[in-house]
Design a binder for this molecule. Structure first.
Ligand code: TRP
Length: 385
């Protein structure tokens, strides 16, 4: 009898270890709000990396989420905008090389488990902690929400923690602006695990490895590329538009004549070259320079005109964006396929999230009907009363 118990205990222990090892397998979750088509800022800041990670074969699961519920936190009165951009974002994803055979593409609102997780996590976060979240602070200012912040918007970092933890993500490849969200998520994971026992996986952020990619400015050079500022180059843009936008880019305002020395500081054209260009581009389009360093040196010395640099950048961008645009056009011919991908992906994602939710409910002791323990305990309590 005692021996039998021992064996069972051991098996239980092995099972725990197995679960741990299982949990350690690498899983990616990331996503975007569907409020517009994706642009080259998204591309260098995250999309390009996602495709590399997908093709590296190092990750057991990759979840790419269209965060429509999050988009609604500050677009509650404009559901049509969110609805229209679901397919746009999915097309951009697949055009960039995210492959539904390797990555699960899902729509956030179609996984209701995420709401329930958020609801429980809300008990683990204070109002003052949310108020200190730098990204939320900046967004509140940008949207003039100061006097009337929607509660859903204010708490979206909690819902983002639910997104990440629901899929047991180990790795979250995002831009620098998402750092506070990851910090908040890690705090929630710590708190949850210390109060209710080891249940959730602590995620790591994976940032772009190049400074220019972190915060690609808009073509006006003023701030980050953003739809509302009208300073974007979209992934689906036609060649002529790309050329026009590149030729109108902000450079060094003091670089008036070709002979003048130029400055690279805040020079948008060079920031884009930092983000996009490789030595091979020089071989193909500007063989008199070996690499970007040589081009920069010449610009700083003087004697290199903006137009020449812009023409080169245009060639680089055209080369990079052409295959994406062409793949997008192919995909546009079969929208039912895109729908099928999203539907299947959302269903698969829900299964994963449901498993995490089960574990969360068990840890929080709200799994009343799952194992009969509570029934036994309460029956025992009132026996002979
Ligand atoms: N906040 C992200 C954005 O604004 C979108 C997002 C929602 C996300 N949930 C996520 C990103 C989870 C990474 C992980 O683009």
């Amino acid at each position: 009898m005692a021996a039998g118990k021992n064996v069972a205990g051991k098996l239980g222990c092995y099972r725990k270890i197995e679960m741990r090892v299982g949990k350690m397998s690498k899983v990616i979750l990331t996503g975007d709000r569907p409020t517009g088509k994706l642009h080259v800022g998204h591309y260098v800041g995250s999309l390009r990396r996602r495709v590399e990670l997908q093709d590296s074969g190092e990750y057991e699961k990759i979840f790419i989420m269209i965060a429509d519920a999050q988009a609604l936190t500050d677009n509650a009165d404009n559901p049509e905008k969110v609805r229209q951009n679901i397919v746009e974002v999915a097309l951009d994803y697949m055009a960039c090389g995210l492959d539904p055979a390797k990555s699960t593409l899902l729509i956030q609102s179609q996984v209701p488990e995420l709401c329930e997780l958020s609801f429980y996590y809300m008990n683990l976060v204070t109002v003052s902690r949310l108020q200190r979240n730098p990204t939320v602070k900046a967004e509140i200012q940008m949207r003039n929400f100061e006097a009337s912040i929607p509660v859903g918007f204010f708490t979206y970092p909690i819902s983002q923690a639910a997104d990440i933890t629901a899929f047991q993500a180990t790795t979250v490849p995002v831009g620098e602006d998402q750092m506070p969200m990851l910090e908040q998520t890690r705090e929630i994971v710590h708190k949850f695990n210390s109060v209710y026992g080891e249940t959730l996986v602590e995620p790591q952020i994976l940032l772009p490895d190049n400074e220019a990619c972190m915060r690609l400015p808009g073509i006006d050079g003023k701030s980050k590329m953003s739809k509302s500022l009208g300073n974007c180059i979209y992934l689906s843009e036609e060649p002529d538009e790309i050329r026009k936008k590149v030729m109108s880019m902000f450079t060094d305002p003091n670089h008036l004549r070709v002979e003048d020395p130029g400055s690279l500081e805040g020079n948008t054209v060079f920031t884009y070259l930092d983000a996009f260009c490789e030595d091979g581009h020089f071989e193909r389009y500007l063989p008199e320079y070996a690499n970007l360093d040589e081009l920069k040196e010449h610009y700083k010395r003087g004697g290199l005109g903006d137009v020449k640099v812009k023409k080169f950048l245009n060639q680089v961008l055209q080369e990079e964006l052409e295959p994406i645009r062409n793949r997008r056009k192919e995909l546009q011919k079969d929208i039912p396929y895109v729908f099928e991908v999203l539907k299947k992906g959302s269903e698969e994602a829900e299964k994963t999230a449901a498993k995490t939710l089960d574990a969360v409910r068990a840890a929080m002791k709200i799994d009343y009907f799952s194992d009969g323990e509570l029934l036994k305990e309460q029956t025992e309590k009132y026996k002979g009363a």
